[in-house]
Design a protein around this ligand. Structure first.
Ligand code: UDP
Length: 244
């Protein structure tokens, strides 16, 4: 049986959320491994990979790839090679915090604005008391500040580096520094720190179960409509996609 599904030429492993978290846990528990870059593949990244070879290389070199969004899952179903479920960055972050709370994992939070970053750290310390937040930094740093930031993360050696810079900026940033960061895993989580901080609402469970989280986000952040215009184009291209 095939273990991967072809999405616009990108082989996406057939992994449930539980299985993805197990994989991440293995990476964290195994010492001495190189950083595992977790990429939650959404339609925007998949589309950008079609014309951006450097981004495609980043995706190909990911330690773990998951299907971020109902768009990717729907296409896999319609092509007759179904992916089991959505494994989004935001859900992954919450599951990592839960597991991290049981296991005492350490985290570094990078991204979002200063207020949100501080608030997210407070919420995590309150709700996940066994997780240690080794450090955090907002995501609006200058290029000349990156060296110091990378050095800070390198010295702190977090188990999990959470990068909330938006996609694909986060993916590029992690890839650029993954050789020196000394984190066990690094994951781009889009705007999820805003959700953790409570500045952007999280879709209630029923919306998530119905796979209409995208609609909830659109209603709450109408400025996203432009970005969602890409979805029908993605769906069409991915449905008719044939390997060259
Ligand atoms: N962001 C950042 N630095 C930047 C640009 C964006 O830290 O230079 C943060 C922004 O504050 C937000 C997140 O990145 O918290 C992007 O959220 P969005 O929902 O747009 O990302 P997506 O989930 O679509 O990847």
């Amino acid at each position: 049986m095939d273990t991967h599904v072809n999405i616009l030429g990108i082989p996406v492993p057939k992994l449930t959320m539980d299985r993805s978290i197990e994989r991440v846990e293995q990476m964290i528990e195994q010492d001495g491994q190189e950083l595992c870059h977790v990429i939650t593949l959404n339609p925007e990244i998949a589309m950008a990979c079609q014309h951006d070879a450097s981004l495609r290389t980043i995706v190909d070199e990911a330690g773990l790839l998951t299907a971020d969004g109902i768009g990717i899952v729907m296409v896999s179903r319609l092509r007759g090679t179904p992916l089991p479920e959505r494994v989004t960055g935001c859900d992954m972050l919450y599951r990592l915090l839960e597991r991290g709370n049981e296991k005492g994992w350490s985290f570094y939070l990078l991204g979002a604005n200063e207020t949100t970053s501080a608030l997210a750290a407070d919420v995590i310390r309150r709700d996940y008391p066994n997780v240690s937040i080794l450090g955090r930094h907002h995501g609006f740093f200058k290029q000349e500040e990156e060296g110091e930031l990378v050095e800070e993360i390198r010295v702190l050696k977090p188990d999990v580096l959470v990068v909330a810079l938006g996609a694909p900026y986060a993916e590029r940033w992690i890839h650029k520094y993954k050789g020196v960061l000394h984190a066990k895993i690094a994951i781009g989580v889009g705007g999820s720190l805003d959700v953790v901080a409570g500045t952007v609402p999280r879709a209630p469970m029923v919306w998530r179960k119905l796979n209409i989280e995208w609609l909830f986000r659109l209603l709450n952040q109408p400025s996203r409509w432009r970005r969602q215009l890409l979805l029908p184009r993605f769906a069409w291209k991915a449905l008719v996609y044939r390997d060259k």
